[in-house]
Design a protein around this ligand. Structure first.
Ligand SMILES: C[S@@+](CC[C@H](N)C(=O)[O-])C[C@H]1O[C@@H](n2cnc3c(N)ncnc32)[C@H](O)[C@@H]1O
Length: 246
């Protein structure tokens, strides 16, 4: 009986909340060892093991995406959901004034250690009245909206943080979903740690463009990275001056 009890104790996961704080463990291991760390992403009954070093998307041509973004970036930049801060760091090193925003303390700690200078812990409401020339939503960060009905309000809030002639750059991986969308309940697991569940939104590219055009954005595709069966949409969105602060 004791054997079973001990086994159960040993495999009982340590539950982490807020959910994103689980990332402190793989991020620290990545810093310490320089080796790729894999995190399980559980959605319903399916689990996929994803590498953290490419923003949890193994099909993503990260260097290609970041270079394309750097080419079109301008002025003061806000990187929402900056995560490990790779894009923020690249832009900072290229001379941009970048603010890296993330809700996870683990992410802020990691970015500070790797040299990102302006890190802000929180969500977009934490930013206050500050405005930006370029706002980045990369690596499917739009998913943080959780539900479709939260998307327009979120985009409106992001739009209100733009300076005149500002732009939003979105990288999302749902080109194939057309005008559809899906609301997931996700959980992350790494070694003995398991996050609490959190909602995640996936929006098809057509639906996203539709929502953005309702808010006065015109979108132009910067580039279209296609790798294996996974597509990445990289859209640069500009808003008419009159509606930027709407
Ligand atoms: C999919 S990862 C983003 C990956 C990163 N932008 C990239 O390109 O590789 C989503 C990030 O958003 C952060 N996040 C989740 N909810 C957030 C919120 N409400 N505000 C800001 N960041 C949030 C998470 O902690 C996580 O680091």
């Amino acid at each position: 009986m004791n054997i079973f009890r001990n086994l159960f104790r040993r495999y009982k996961p340590t539950v982490v909340h807020p959910p994103m704080d689980i990332m402190q463990y793989p991020m620290q291991a990545y810093l310490d060892t320089g080796k790729e760390q894999l995190v399980d992403v559980r959605i319903g009954f399916s689990t996929t093991r994803q590498p953290i070093s490419c923003g949890m998307n193994p099909y993503r041509d990260r260097a290609g995406v970041y270079d394309s973004i750097q080419e079109v970036c301008k002025g003061d930049v806000l990187d929402i959901g900056a995560c490990m801060g790779d894009m923020s760091l690249q832009l900072q090193n290229a001379g941009f004034n970048v603010t890296a925003l993330d809700i996870s303390q683990a992410s802020i700690d990691y970015m500070t250690k790797v040299g990102v200078q302006q890190c802000v812990l929180g969500d977009i409401s934490t930013i206050g009245d500050q405005t930006f020339d370029t706002i980045l939503l990369l690596g499917s960060t739009l998913g943080i909206c959780g539900q479709m009905n939260a998307l327009p309000g979120f985009l409106r809030q992001v739009r209100s943080m733009l300076k005149e002639n500002g732009q939003i750059i979105i990288e999302d991986a749902n080109v194939l979903w057309g005008d559809g969308y899906s609301e997931w309940t996700c959980q992350l697991a790494y070694k003995q740690y398991e996050s609490t569940e959190f909602p995640w939104l996936n929006v098809g590219a057509d639906r996203l463009v539709e929502e953005l055009s309702k808010l006065g954005f015109s979108s132009g595709l910067v580039c279209d990275h296609v790798k294996s069966h996974n597509y990445v949409l990289l859209a640069k969105l500009q808003c008419a001056d009159s509606v930027v602060r709407g």
